[in-house]
Write a protein that binds this ligand. Structure first.
Ligand code: SAH
Length: 349
């Protein structure tokens, strides 16, 4: 929690004693500390997410789940699983839309932060909480949703130096943290086509995200169900660091005040799809958030809500634009759909 020794001073002691720590360690501890004690979402926080922008987001996700569940034969029981539910807003909106259509699943939240669990309990009192996916039930199909969950998991970065590939580490020098190349050779961890890449080339992988998607792929194959993973990311693999830090709705240096800003990386959706396929799931597709929400009828929903509350019409349309416009969240954010082998295609892909 926020009290006690700062994470910065813990890292300084660790580095003084044992040398630089891996970037993965730095990012993992920083985010665990960051989320443990506070609600970072909303206008008074550090960043805002799609479900906090408009109820339309959660409702359309809920309707997507209803649609695929009905076409899969309406299996019951069935579990709604959300990864990193934040304030519980998406779940609340999605469950309301699902219940209206006759889908009333058991609710499971995978959440690490006690502070956010408390808010989630207010939004969705009937939920059950889990520390990780391993504790989820195994008896019935899973309807899994994760919005801006994978991007918070720690990445490993490898950098090409004149001496070969090295892991990117974090050192403390002259009063500040900074990234440095480690001294252990890491060439064995680099794909063949990048072994001879120019100096300074950097590759980023996210072992935590791969582990989550691997578990989802296997669970879907074994238990049935479908998953929507929504995050900002790229559809094709790329090189270069994507690490960034957000504080008070602005980008800040990720190496100043660890644990006090949200550290994120872009999700490599091509790699995630391969992992899910290897686990036995179907990849329904990966599309931009803008095209997904349009295909699910966000324009119609915005028009309906405006008709019911005409005085809020311009706010509703502005929220719609923020979610789907190219220059806003529409293109940078991607939606990846996964399903069990015997489940049907998903709408919007
Ligand atoms: N989905 C929400 C919140 C996104 S913020 C929204 O869209 O508004 C990231 C969420 O993931 C938070 O709830 C955070 O506490 C949780 N989280 C981050 N890393 C986690 C981890 N390693 N294990 C479990 N939960 C984690």
């Amino acid at each position: 929690m926020a009290e006690g020794e700062s994470l910065g001073s813990i890292f300084q002691r660790l580095i003084a004693r044992f040398g630089p720590i891996t970037l993965q360690h730095y990012m993992g501890e920083s985010n665990a500390r960051y989320y443990a004690g506070k609600d970072p979402l909303g206008s008074g926080g550090d960043f805002i997410t799609a479900p906090e922008i408009s109820q339309m987001f959660g409702e359309l996700i809920g309707l997507w789940l209803v649609d695929i569940w009905v076409r899969a034969g309406s299996p019951s029981p069935v579990h709604y699983v959300e990864l990193g539910p934040g304030r519980g807003t998406l779940a609340r909106d999605a469950l309301r839309a699902m219940k209206r259509q006759g889908l009333d699943p058991q609710v499971h939240f995978v959440e690490g932060s006690e502070a956010l669990r408390a808010l989630q309990r207010e939004a969705v009192p009937e939920a059950q909480w889990h520390d990780d996916l391993a504790a989820l039930p195994t008896d019935a199909p899973l309807l899994i949703v994760g919005n801006e969950f994978l991007d918070a998991l720690p990445v490993r970065q490898l950098v090409k130096t004149p001496h070969g590939w090295r892991e990117r580490m974090v050192d403390f020098q002259d009063g500040k943290f900074l990234p440095v190349a480690g001294d252990k050779p890491m060439d064995a961890a680099v794909p063949e086509n990048l072994k001879e890449a120019p100096d300074q080339t950097l590759i980023e992988t996210c072992p935590g995200a791969a582990a989550v998607v691997d578990e989802i792929g296997r669970r879907l194959a074994r238990q049935g169900g479908a998953a929507l993973l929504i995050d900002y990311g790229h559809a094709a693999p790329q090189t270069g660091s994507t690490l960034q830090a957000l504080k008070d709705h602005a980008k800040v240096d990720p190496f100043t005040s660890p644990g006090e800003a949200d550290l994120t990386c872009l999700v490599d959706f091509a790699a995630m799809a391969e992992v899910a396929l290897a686990g036995g799931a179907r990849h329904l597709g990966t599309v931009t958030q803008g095209s997904f929400l349009r295909a699910l009828g966000i324009d119609m929903r915005a028009a309906q809500l405006s008709a019911v509350a005409p005085q809020q019409s311009s706010a509703i349309l502005a929220a719609r634009d923020r979610l789907v416009d190219e220059g806003q969240m529409g293109t940078l954010f991607k939606v990846m759909g996964l399903a069990a082998p015997a489940w049907p295609d998903g709408a919007g892909f």
